[in-house]
Design a protein around this ligand. Structure first.
Ligand code: CP
Length: 309
């Protein structure tokens, strides 16, 4: 039975290129399944998955839940706001109590970087990192790369610019690891205060000027400013950020070629992207969301193959 080289999906950094190829091939099959009149397969019928969300989410939480239902898994949904975490219970105690109910797999989003890696060192079941602080968001990077491949073909040699708050973005870091592994060229663009000092050590170039970056790329991935992770100011105001780094129709139409526009969501319309760009034919934002279900089905299916019952 096919499985991934690691028992968990903690980050793209922990994957091999062969793992990504296998996830994409498996997602191709599941994408076909979810477009049939009967969108369900019995693959995970005997598997119980707990979705632990210690931080807000719309897309990732619903996408994992739907992926599990499409695979016929049993699911438990946990949100920290209404749990005994509020009474002082530790993460490990919370998870061990959930596992005592015979849960086979954990999907976890947590505000602290490294939370899923910490858990993986203490428990026995596969864990999928659904975003840990400013560290990694591996399934987002997989669905992003899968969506580029669907739109433009093989990623090898494709030029991708990631624009915005790179410093606080788990999406940026996972995208960089994933795109580089698949042979894409990657640049980042944004105010220098929002670019990590180590960026060049990841084999990624920095372009401070938005129009130069857009002229260079095939794909622009526009990121949200993560105000919730900023305790000091990194630029004067959102209005000035938008003037320098916001993608609007005028900028898009002035390019010498058509580029593909992406956004992981949630969008702040009028800040990093205007509505006429977000809703344009060049944007594949809702394709990304659609592909997220097939990618998460593939990840859950492949990890479940390593579970011995
Ligand atoms: N892209 C993403 O992670 O969105 P959510 O925070 O809504 O899950």
């Amino acid at each position: 039975m096919s499985t991934l080289s690691d028992k968990h999906l903690l980050g793209i950094k922990n994957l091999q290129k062969e793992d990504i190829d296998l996830i994409f091939k498996t997602a191709d099959n599941f994408k076909e399944v979810i477009n049939r009149p009967i969108r369900k397969v019995p693959s995970l019928r005997d598997i119980t998955i707990a979705n632990l969300f210690f931080e807000n989410s719309t897309r990732t939480r619903l996408s994992f839940e739907l992926a599990e239902k499409r695979l016929s898994a049993d699911t438990l949904n946990f949100s920290a706001a209404s749990s005994s975490v509020k009474k002082g219970e530790t993460l490990l105690d919370t998870v061990n109590n959930i596992l005592a109910m015979k849960v086979d797999m954990i999907v976890m989003r947590h505000p602290d970087a490294g939370a899923s890696t910490f858990l993986a060192n203490h428990i026995d079941v596969p864990i999928v990192n659904a975003g840990d602080g400013a560290h990694e968001h591996p399934t987002q990077a997989l669905l992003d790369a899968y969506s580029i491949r669907e739109k433009l073909g093989d990623l090898n040699g494709k030029k991708v610019v990631i624009v915005g708050d790179i410093l606080h973005s788990r999406v940026a870091l996972s995208n960089i690891f994933c795109l580089k592994m698949l042979g894409a060229e990657v640049k980042v663009c944004g105010p220098s205060t929002l670019i990590p000092k180590y960026i060049e050590s990841l084999g990624v170039g920095y372009e401070p000027d938005l129009m130069t970056a857009l002229e260079w790329c095939d794909v622009a991935n526009m990121l949200r400013i993560q105000l919730e992770r900023q305790d000091t100011k990194f630029f004067p105001s959102l209005k000035e950020y938008s003037m320098m780094y916001g993608l609007n129709k005028e900028r898009l139409d002035s390019l010498s070629k058509q580029i593909t526009v992406m956004h992981p969501g949630p969008i702040n319309r009028g800040v990093e992207i205007t509505s006429d760009v977000a809703d344009s034919k060049q944007a594949i934002i809702l394709d990304q969301v659609e592909n997220g279900v097939a990618i998460r089905m593939a990840v859950l299916y492949l990890l479940a193959n390593s579970i011995k019952k």
